[in-house]
Design a protein around this ligand. Structure first.
Ligand code: AVI
Length: 322
């Protein structure tokens, strides 16, 4: 008898199996971020239609002094999902004008991005000591405990908006559990606005978001041996005003069957059937307060860009039990 070769499946495999067996079909948005997807996301942040990154940068450029003053003295800065720390230098410089030493802990799953972050910050921000932390948030935020003293935790880019409301509160509460009195959170959120601005940000003229979305299928083809025909799916982005979110889908352009050998499953698609790949929530101020409070944070102050398209919120840990 010939023994069959056992190959370890990627950690996301079961979620793919479940997502494609459910109705409507879905795939987890974390699948976007392999190295190709991360490069495409970087490209998205530079697109004229994708206002989020530029707008948050405007707030950081114009309000960093106020943010540092509101955060108080003697704090370390911990940045969750820091990537290459492209946005953070202005803020770090503002902190280093107010305190002698600024310990900066960029946290990311990618050691390559963290090396770039270290080089950038050490080159541009005197008085800042960089201590990179390689961590996967799906394994929790225990690393926060080992960072002594007062901390301001940055969670920028409206990444919180890719979590459904319950999961967002749960995630923030998990961060809160690792913090103590005097610590704070600086949270970036995209705001509700007219769909004439929201929709193009997720459906750009150059088609980069289309490629970013379809990269999920490329990944399943490459990593699980699936046979998705990319030209038989189209990228769809919709604004759902009831749920206050942009919804992203891959829509099948014809009736078709796809086979995923590594999972030993097949998936049938009707013409027009969609796979839901991402939600991107857009917030009002009450929505932000509603998210922070049950997670154990108290909103202290909010800063906006000049068009009020994006916001940065400073929230202290609340003494109420969570
Ligand atoms: C990472 N995240 C905040 C982006 C967003 O805007 O929700 C991901 C993205 N999806 C499509 N374009 C950008």
């Amino acid at each position: 008898m010939i023994a069959r070769e056992l190959v370890a499946l990627p950690a996301y495999a079961e979620e793919v199996r479940e997502g494609l067996a459910s109705y409507p079909k879905s795939l987890p948005c974390k699948l976007f971020y392999d190295s190709d997807g991360s490069a495409l996301f970087e490209e998205i942040t530079d697109l004229p239609e994708y206002y989020l990154t530029r707008t948050e940068l405007e707030i950081l450029r114009d309000r960093s002094q106020e943010i540092a003053a509101a955060a108080g003295f003697g704090t370390s800065i911990v940045e969750l999902g820091a990537g290459t720390a492209a946005k953070t230098c202005t803020l770090l410089q503002a902190f280093s004008r107010r305190q002698m030493r600024v310990p900066y802990f960029p946290v990311d799953i990618s050691p390559t991005a963290l090396n770039e972050a270290r080089e950038r910050v050490e080159g541009e921000c005197s008085g800042v000591t960089v201590r990179p932390v390689v961590a996967d948030f799906s394994c929790g935020f225990g690393f926060l405990r080992s960072i002594g003293g007062r901390k301001v935790v940055l969670y920028l880019g409206s990444s919180i908006g890719n979590f459904d409301p319950g999961a967002a509160v749960e995630m923030l509460a998990t961060i809160r559990q690792q913090l103590t009195d005097g610590d704070a959170l600086l949270l970036g959120t995209d705001l509700v606005k007219d769909e004439s601005i929201l929709l193009p940000a997720y459906n750009d003229a150059k088609g980069v978001t289309d490629q970013f979305n379809k990269n999920v299928l490329c990944r399943l083809n490459r990593e699980l041996g699936a046979n998705f025909d990319l030209s038989s799916f189209r990228h769809v982005a919709l604004w759902n005003p009831e749920k206050s979110r942009i919804e992203i889908y891959l829509e099948s352009l014809r009736a078709q069957s796809v086979h995923i050998p590594a999972l030993n499953v097949g998936a049938k698609f009707a013409r027009g059937e969609r796979i839901h790949t991402e939600n991107s929530y857009k917030y009002t101020l009450p929505m932000v307060a509603e998210m922070l409070k049950p997670a154990g944070f108290e909103l202290t102050r909010t800063w906006f860009d000049h068009r009020k398209w994006f916001a940065l919120h400073l929230a202290g840990v609340s003494s109420a039990r969570v």
